[in-house]
Design a protein around this ligand. Structure first.
Ligand code: GLA
Length: 668
């Protein structure tokens, strides 16, 4: 994280949206601002896609509309998170420089007419994006409405990988810096296989479409290279903003949601002053709230535990899923407060006013097509009022947990590579299983990048970390030797940093730590199920494992690894344990296993609560706040007392949280 120590952009919890006034005639603006005041909005992101409006021809600027809107917002006491507009370059730039458009792995060049249509390695976009950033910083950086910078938008969302000739040259440059010479690259990429040997860097291309399986080392390096290119783009824009306006914090909206992993966000955190994130539910997922909690915990991990900002989510439906279900009554409030519970000091949406035209006109907004007289706008004003009452929470943190769960973007990239033992091993599945089970048990967890320091953690969970940081085994040994519990699951620590298998029996990186040696993977057929001797049920995976220095806690009772260990524990003097699980457990079995691991470490829930009642604490020097979010259709008891800031009433231990409702207690 940057060392920025300035003020948060709002006094209380930030509340607002992306605001795109350029989509509306001026008459609407005054109504916008008065509705914003009615709803309690205090921050809007402006100008995200406005480059074409601001600079309709190269060097000719139209600022009057932005001048006017900034003054209007300022007059109403609404702060602005001003964007650099690089997510949507103007048409003239595309026409002048068609070479800036990205190219896919099949060699097809995209066309302008949407957004993010640029190759991140293009010097053209770098030049023009930093140029317009400077223009905006110089003109608006001291406007009193402007509270922070929003660099571009969801970097790499649509243009994450480009295979054009400019990218190819940049990739070769990048490789030249990673490898001493081309022989070192040949060794790392294993090019002796299929005679892929290179005799000079000049022969190397991005992993464009090949006849069959491409070289995995090349693929993995291309992921790293592409991510680094976006980090460099962010750095370039942020450097201009910091040079001109050192007083303003800089952010960029991450996409820590679902399966997006085009950027290693951990590498960007030193470049932002406030970590912010966009989150959209997958509307048909009945456990979408658990996915939301997982995302929010990952963001808090990236933010080093400090408050972060929910930059976008939706008031109701999105428009880009197969079936865009509207949110149920009360769901927006629950979703928003889940993010706040897990460390966000803001609740922002895409977007303020639902568009009338364009690609996203069926995406909900704070002001829907129906206008002010609508349930959506009424629930928006209700949310604004609740957030107003939660102002005192701002700046508090989710206390550090004793439990950590590790994830890593490079491991994800490597795990995604082609021709692996089973398509049913999907990188985040087991992480989600474990996080979901902790959620149901009411146990707080810090979801951390795998490079994070592990001091102070008593339980560390390492799900399917196929490619592990080279020092991780030592850090995990440290946890175990001071009496902590470490749980590693199958398909972890298999390869080195270049995706070459660590020989001598899997999991090469963790064999000694765990006291196990796997001779052969034995994945299950589609929908295959195995039973273990302790009554648990496995799916997806099994292994032919030998316990070399660990106690066998359960063996496979059937399936391709029948009679072999499925769950082991290497015990260390002082109570420490290194657990290894070689299958994907079903829900009840995960819960039972975690119960054993947590009780060995003496970890308790935040507040013992029934399933479906999500309970999270935030605290500061001045107090503590307990968020209780009821995801069920039944009123559920909360065993804690204080003042419920949502209803403004006192709450005694055992009083109920209404079905599908939320209680936020200022604790006694
Ligand atoms: C992303 C983008 C927004 C908008 C929303 C729609 O989050 O940043 O501009 O497209 O998706 O869900």
């Amino acid at each position: 994280m940057s060392r920025w120590t300035g003020r948060w952009p709002t006094d209380g919890i930030a509340f607002g949206a992306d605001y795109n006034p350029e989509q509306w005639p001026r008459e609407v603006w005054a109504e916008d601002v008065s509705l914003m005041q009615e709803a309690g909005v205090n921050l809007v992101s402006l100008g995200i896609f406005s480059w074409g409006q601001l600079e309709p021809e190269e060097g000719r600027f139209e600022f009057d509309w932005l001048d006017e809107i900034l003054d209007l917002l300022h007059g109403a006491g609404i702060g602005v998170d001003l964007a650099t507009p690089s997510a949507a370059p103007p048409v003239w730039l595309h026409l002048q420089h068609p070479e800036m458009l990205p190219v896919d792995a099949d060699g097809l060049r995209f066309t302008h007419g949407s957004r993010e249509s640029w190759c991140v390695s293009s010097p053209v976009i770098r030049h023009h994006a930093t140029r317009i950033a400077r223009v905006l910083a110089e003109r608006y950086g001291h406007h009193p409405a402007v509270k922070m910078w929003h660099v571009s938008n969801e970097l790499a969302c649509h243009n994450g990988r480009c295979y054009c000739d400019v990218s190819a040259a940049a990739f070769r440059d990048w490789l030249g810096k990673q490898y001493a010479d081309v022989d070192a690259l040949n060794l790392a990429w294993g090019t002796a296989f299929w005679g892929q040997r290179y005799t000079s860097f000049e022969q190397i291309l991005p992993p464009r479409r090949t006849t069959t399986i491409p070289n995995p080392g090349q693929r993995l390096d291309f992921e790293r290279f592409s991510s680094d290119a976006f980090v460099a783009h962010l750095e370039a824009e942020a450097a201009v903003l910091r040079e001109v306006t050192p007083h303003l914090p800089v952010t960029t909206n991450y996409m820590v949601m679902g399966d997006f992993h085009q950027i290693d966000y951990q590498a960007t955190t030193p470049l932002v002053d406030i970590v912010s994130n966009d989150h959209y539910l997958w509307a048909e997922n009945p456990r979408g709230w658990a996915e939301l909690a997982f995302s929010a915990d990952r963001v808090r991990g990236l933010s080093g535990g400090r408050p972060w900002l929910l930059m976008e989510h939706s008031t109701s439906a999105v428009n880009w899923q197969p079936r865009n279900l509207a949110k149920e009554p009360g769901q927006m409030l629950r979703n928003s407060l889940q993010h706040v519970a897990r460390g966000s000091d803001g609740v922002l949406f895409f977007q303020w006013r639902q568009s009338r035209a364009g690609a996203e006109k069926y995406h909900s907004g704070m002001v829907p097509h129906a206008g002010r007289d609508s349930d959506v706008f009424r629930s928006v004003t209700e949310l604004g009022a609740v957030l107003g009452r939660l102002a005192e929470v701002r700046g508090s943190v989710v206390p550090r947990s004793r439990v950590a769960l590790l994830w890593d973007t490079a491991a994800w990239w490597a795990s995604d590579l082609e021709a692996h033992p089973s398509v049913d091993v999907q990188y985040l599945d087991v992480a989600r299983d474990l996080h979901g089970a902790l959620l149901d048990a009411g146990v707080a967890v810090d979801v951390l990048p795998a490079s994070a320091a592990l001091d102070g953690y008593d339980v560390v969970l390492v799900p399917t970390l196929y490619l592990a940081p080279s020092d991780l085994s030592d850090r995990l040994s440290g946890v175990v030797s001071r009496g902590g519990q470490v749980l590693v699951t199958y398909f972890s620590g298999i390869v080195d940093q270049a995706d070459r298998v660590i020989l001598g029996g899997y999991p090469g990186a963790f064999r000694d730590l765990l006291g196990v040696r796997v001779e052969e993977f034995a994945p299950l057929p589609a929908d295959g199920v195995v039973s273990l001797s302790d009554g648990s049920v496995g799916t997806v995976w099994s292994e032919r494992l030998v316990a070399t220095g660990a106690e066998v806690l359960a063996t496979f009772a059937d399936g391709p690894s029948a009679g072999r260990p499925g769950l082991t524990r290497r015990s260390v003097e002082g109570g420490g344990g290194a657990w290894y699980l070689s299958t994907r457990l079903d829900g009840p079995s995960v819960a039972a296993l975690l119960d054993r691991v947590l009780s060995d470490a003496g970890v308790e829930p935040v507040v013992p609560s029934p399933g479906g009642l999500e309970v999270v604490r935030r605290s500061s020097d001045t107090g503590s706040w307990l968020f209780a979010i009821n995801h069920t259709g039944t009123d559920l008891p909360l065993r804690a007392s204080g003042t419920d800031l949502v209803r403004g009433a006192s709450h005694s231990s055992g009083d109920r949280v209404p079905a599908r409702g939320v209680v936020v207690l200022r604790e006694d």
